[in-house]
Write a protein that binds this ligand. Sequence first.
Ligand SMILES: *Cc1c(COP(=O)(O)O)cnc(C)c1O
Length: 438
Amino acid sequence: MNLAERDHNVIWHPYTQMKTAALPVPIVRGEGALLFSEDGTSYIDAVASWWVNLHGHAHPYIAQKVTEQLNTLEHVIFAGFTHPAAVTFAERLLQILPSNQSRIFYSDNGSTAVEVAMKMAIQYWNNQDTPKHKIIAYRDSYHGDTFGAMAISARSAFTVPFWPYLFEVEFIDVPVAGKEEETINQLEALAKQDDIAAFIFEPLVLGTAGMVMYSPEVLDRLLQICQQHNILTIADEVMTGFGRTGRTFACDYLHHQPDMICMSKGLTGGTMALGATSASEKIYNGFLYDDKAKTLFHGHSYTANPVACAAGLASMDLLLAQEAQDNIKRIVEHHTAFAQSINKLPQVAQVRQQGTILAVEFEDGTTSYFSDLRDTLYSYGLDHGVILRPLGNIIYIIPPYCITDEQLEQVYEVIRGMQQVVAGAKHYPRPNQTTLHD
Ligand SMILES: *Cc1c(COP(=O)(O)O)cnc(C)c1O
């Protein structure tokens, strides 16, 4: 049995209909932006392995720092104890986060970083003896897969069985270009209620919604409204953080700063599972009482895992170095040129870019056709050596920053090919889903 077949006997994969899905591609090695399968085929990782990888796979510098940490201290309970990696990483995160952030609370993934922020927001008001219960979120948002995170995310097909269990949320529309005033009005109407604890948002780019983008100006306006009405604000930078939008954080494009920021994914450069929620001094002070009942009672076994923090520190060294900063600029420029070259092509409905994130939205056909199209485009990419995971009719690139010009060009070429498939100019068979990819 090969690896994919052994996998099929024992593994249950995320977001995968195990009955009909093709066998998974067995990856045995990674280097730079490339992943190598068991039979030696290479793939360009144009989605940074679900948006986590910043500096390429198996990066030797991160590997070295992780190894050193593993040989020194692999883990220690984080209540009543601390360790150098957690403290240094928090100090350095606070140096690059917006200046109002003053505390780091560690957890172990993006969903938990979001859960922590929500619990901070709700308990903050409880601790002041002015309990507030409602959270405002974008109608199309995605904040994770745990129950609280699902509740504040879009009521999508993914969460139907759980709808009855998801707490009530006030949804507002994403203020995409031309719709800004509508969202501002919706928020202003809600802000008049006195039961609103917080507004949580994906700043500038909503990933899972289909790389939907909106301007910093309108987000600033929304933050201003929240601040005027004493509504706490939470930026979910799980995807947008660490250079993705062209600046270190999407919030760096804003004048108003949020009370809390959620981080994960790029936090360790894509090496280890780690989450972090930063909070302003105002939030932190809201938990300082002699009364123990006002403690933030939240923690995970692996809170502030030293190996993960060491990976985070190493990734930050690389991110702040000139090479990564130059790479980010280079990717932004290449994306812009590519976007201009394709945005007038037939079947290309819209091309969107925010920093290193590029999304190409193909014209909508009938929905059923497009559910097939998604699978066709996905295997078209794989067959051409590029990992791209379309969100319906939207294809996006969110590359490791070390991706070379040649590799980027190869990714663009595959997207041009996809455009021809969508336009019908190129025939490409729908994958037989029960067969092997390799
Ligand atoms: C991926 C993502 C999450 C969830 O992170 P996980 O580590 O997958 O739990 C939350 N918010 C945003 C914006 C994300 O993109």
